[in-house]
Ligand binder design. Structure first.
Ligand code: PLZ
Length: 443
């Protein structure tokens, strides 16, 4: 197979005719509920590009929603997963175990914050990991309530829909939702009514007040929070907020769960985003970037909490599939070898530099934010902070037409987010930013 050339190349309009044909088949065969951001059908991908059925090569600023941080088909992922495929594909770890699972658990216990004794349980998807973190916290604390935050996203299963803030498209018409879930304010500096300077203090006070007065701290099993809200709009809680919430959890015997499914594994320039403020979560959920694209998820945490669930109480047929575990070991090896934390920090430097210059020129950009390879612009009606979802959709569309894969997010649908593979070349990164700048002039 020829090497995938690291360039943007458009030979048809986007989507091209073959993609359009496939999309017609998709519409006839796959339900409407499964949406598609950009109807371009991919044949190969790697580094910073996606190649489609029409021979186009697109720049990837999405990484399949923060998954292929090590790049698509990364050498070590392919090598290890291929070897494992040839040896055996499945036994079910709960029936007859294998070393790869244990090795991934050991690596996660080592890499996650804190030097206390830890355990790791493996699952298939992020939502499943979050559900299991809640099961484990309930089992340990013998309490039932779960506290989550405004703008939080934790998945699409019944419990995780309840944990997720945004109604449309995630929850609309899919209730009733799991009970004993309570939502409190998040320190969203850009939109805090009394200003960003007061945000951490006030939001933490309000959150803690709601927990103590409306739920009762003694009833709370877990506080579940994303160290940077992902789907909710790439919101970094104002500095000081996370430590206050973590402290409150600790003082009240509540299990503090960091959902690092989107932020984990070098994405933010650190192994895990909660390291930024020195937070040591009791439990941490991971998925996405963990295995270079193969489905794998984990709950890692304090041994005494993780061991609280009775033998046989946790699991699933496929959790910690051997091929996915082999891929994870390859992905982690790649992150270390290529120092992807440093790459993520460089991406932040390049992106924020250029996006801040654009912000001076285009008053539709309200804020540039994020960390590492998790960067976003929040778009507003010029001269106000009113969310501008129309401009966001138009910008994304303009980028797509030029062969740049970008995603949107945010409670108000007004955040354009960038999640390039951390191995993307700097020329492609700049070319992508050129496309964004050009699109801004037209929107
Ligand atoms: N927790 C923080 O970001 C997944 C959702 C895409 P699963 N985010 C992408 C979509 O529209 O379905 C996510 C996350 C955080 C949990 C999850 C859930 O992970 O692997 O999608 O179940």
């Amino acid at each position: 197979m020829t090497e995938l050339s690291q360039e943007r190349r458009l030979v048809t309009s986007i989507p091209g005719p073959k993609s359009q044909e496939l999309m017609a088949r998709k519409v006839a065969a796959v339900p409407n509920g499964i949406g598609v951001t950009l109807p371009v059908f991919v044949t190969r991908a790697g580094g910073g590009v996606l190649e489609d059925v029409d021979g186009n090569s697109l720049i990837d600023f999405g990484s399949g929603i923060a998954v292929t941080s090590v790049g698509n088909s990364a050498e070590a992922v392919v090598r290890r997963a291929t070897a494992q495929l040839a040896d055996f594909t499945h036994t079910c770890f709960m029936v007859t175990p294998y070393e790869g699972y244990v090795e991934v658990a050991e690596q996660l216990n080592e890499l996650t914050p804190g030097d206390h004794e830890k355990r790791t349980a493996l699952f298939n998807s992020g939502a499943e990991a979050v559900e299991n973190a809640v099961k484990i916290a309930r089992s340990y604390t013998k309490r039932t309530a779960v506290v989550v935050f405004d703008h939080g996203y934790h998945g699409r299963t019944n419990l995780t829909m309840a944990l997720t803030a945004k109604n449309m498209p995630y929850k609309e018409g899919f209730g009733p939702f799991a009970p004993e879930v309570y939502r409190v304010p998040l320190a969203y500096g850009y939109r805090w009514l009394t200003g960003a300077e007061n945000c951490a203090e006030e939001a933490a006070a309000q959150a803690i007040d709601m927990i103590t007065k409306q739920v009762g701290a003694e009833n709370v099993a877990a506080i579940v929070i994303e160290p940077i809200a992902g789907e909710g709009g790439f919101i970094e809680p104002a500095k000081g907020f996370l430590p206050k919430i973590a402290e409150f959890a600790k003082a009240n015997g509540i299990v503090f769960v960091a959902d690092e499914i989107q932020t984990g594994f070098c994405r933010t320039g650190q192994w895990f985003a909660c390291e930024d403020e020195g937070i040591v979560p009791d439990l941490i959920t991971t998925a996405k970037g963990i295995a270079g694209g193969l489905p794998l998820a984990a709950v890692t945490g304090r041994a005494e909490i993780m061991d609280a669930a009775h033998a046989g109480g946790l699991g699933g047929t496929y959790g910690g599939n051997p091929v996915a575990c082999a891929a994870a070991l390859g992905a982690i090896e790649t992150m270390k070898e290529l120092d992807l934390n440093a790459r993520a920090r460089r991406i932040e430097e390049v992106m924020k530099g250029r996006l801040r210059t654009m912000q001076e020129k285009f008053d539709v950009i309200g804020e540039v934010r994020g960390r590492g390879g998790m960067i976003a612009v929040e778009l507003v009606e010029p001269g106000t902070t009113t969310p501008n979802a129309a401009a966001t959709a138009a910008l994304a569309k303009a980028c797509h037409a030029e062969g740049l894969v970008v995603l949107t997010c945010g409670t108000y649908g007004n955040v354009l987010r960038f999640l390039p593979p951390l191995v993307i070349g700097e020329d492609l990164l700049n070319e992508g930013l050129d496309i964004i700048e050009e699109a801004l002039t037209r929107v």
